[in-house]
Design a binder for this molecule. Structure first.
Ligand code: ASP
Length: 419
């Protein structure tokens, strides 16, 4: 295991400890506060709130730069649209299809199970803004002023601007290449910034959970547990039902073999929570064990690690409905469709690094008028879900690579079926 993977595992341990301590301290505060009101004033609404706010602000400050740089460089790395060719279109088409399937399934599940309904305290604290009609959402997609869009965190506008800029870069020849290099560098720098902020995650998670449990009691914990399990169930459905079915129906491949061979990738994805860090292993498994040609895997897998995040959109879909239910907001069909579109776009802009999907959730929430601060509630359990969804993200990339390779006659069946 590399140094950075070891650091990721260590961080996960620390976050777990923060999570358990946070639940315990929160429970204790919840029980003691009625008799000792100073606990509420100085601890729950004092020091815990301060730490939680600091951590949440730290995450928020990442949203705009992360979306902008990673999306622009993601689009720029696709190469000129005319050179994309059939392979590119097929791969991107399948990535979008699997993403839309994943988020739709997640939304359906969340609307059905209602993981967040019935928490009256929260519902009372929030007045939802009137959702703009879908036509307004569409006409407002193109920013009149990109700087203003960034200042106001208008995520859809930022995304449209980043995609256009990325496209322009691919068409601007030499100048485009220089600009792409610069954006790529900035992307690396911003990802480093994410690492810095995440170093504070153990204490941040502790404060967030302790405060939520102290203020809203065990009901919050129970709700969080339901949310947690529901995301895991949806991830499992995608991994064990949807992707294998696609492999079987579209590519006529035995999905059991695929599942068995992917387990090596899963270990890495799970322990690093990063599609990027898992990239080398995923490439090797696709080429050497699943028989995908170099041409297809070298294109699909890195692209997938950047733009295809089935697991992330599953979390975002369920989290959005969960938060809406916590605040007693009924999402309309138009809002649910907005979530599908936003999550799909946000997936393109989600970097394959730990916690990026949680940061991008802010843009989905903002788009349907839900309070972005609500992320604080689910943030506490997100690290564990991140591990699981990264596993699904990387599996989605490999499944699409196999399907595309098979359709292009570039899958070595002897290798795929062999030991
Ligand atoms: N950690 C995920 C990945 O690297 C992204 C996310 O946070 O959802 O694929």
């Amino acid at each position: 295991m590399s140094e950075s993977s070891k650091a990721a595992v260590r961080l996960t341990h620390h976050i777990l400890i923060g999570l358990v301590l946070g639940a315990l301290v929160g429970a204790l505060l919840n029980q003691l506060s009625p008799a000792l009101p100073w606990l509420q004033t100085y601890v729950t609404a004092g020091i815990l709130k301060l730490i939680a706010d600091l951590f949440r602000n730290g995450l928020m400050l990442l949203v705009v730069p992360l979306v902008f740089f990673s999306l622009t460089s993601g689009v720029a790395s696709l190469g000129s649209p005319s050179q994309l060719g059939r392979l590119g279109l097929k791969t991107i088409g399948l990535y979008i299809l699997t993403t839309v399937m994943a988020v739709t399934m997640a939304l359906a599940l969340a609307v059905w199970i209602q993981p967040g309904s019935g928490l009256a305290e929260l519902a009372a604290t929030f007045e939802p803004p009137v959702a703009p009609p879908l036509t307004d959402v569409i006409s407002n997609m193109v920013p009149r002023n990109p700087v203003q869009a960034m200042a106001e965190m208008q995520m859809l506008q930022i995304i449209v601007f980043a995609v256009l800029l990325g496209l322009a870069i691919t068409m601007a020849k030499d100048a485009g290449q220089r600009a792409a290099g610069m954006i790529e560098d900035w992307n690396t720098v911003v990802l480093q910034l994410v690492t810095i902020v995440m170093k504070f995650a153990p204490i941040g998670v502790f404060a967030l959970l302790a405060r939520a449990v102290a203020e809203f009691g065990f009901d919050t914990l129970k709700k969080l547990a339901v949310y947690f399990v529901l995301v895991l169930v949806a991830l499992a459905i995608h991994l064990f039902v949807i992707l294998p079915t696609l492999l079987k129906l579209v590519a006529r491949l035995n999905p059991l073999i695929w599942l068995r061979k992917m387990s090596e990738v899963w270990l890495f994805a799970f322990s690093t929570s990063s599609s990027n860090a898992t990239l080398p292993v995923n490439l090797r498994v696709c080429e050497e064990r699943l028989g995908v040609s170099k041409r297809v895997s070298a294109f699909s897998i890195p692209l997938g690690a950047t733009i295809n995040m089935d697991g992330t959109v599953i979390m975002q879909g369920i989290a959005t409905v969960f938060i809406a239910q916590l605040y007693a907001v009924d999402l309309t069909l138009a809002q649910l469709l907005t979530v599908v579109a936003m999550a799909t776009l946000a997936a393109v802009g989600t970097a394959g690094v730990p916690s990026a999907g949680m940061i991008m959730l802010a843009s989905v929430l903002a788009q349907v008028g839900l309070p972005v601060e609500a992320i604080g509630i689910i943030l506490s359990v997100d690290r564990l879900l991140d591990m699981a969804r990264t596993l699904v993200n990387t599996s989605g990339d490999a499944a699409v690579a196999c399907i595309v390779a098979q359709s292009e006659g570039e899958l070595d069946l002897a290798v795929y079926n062999g030991e």
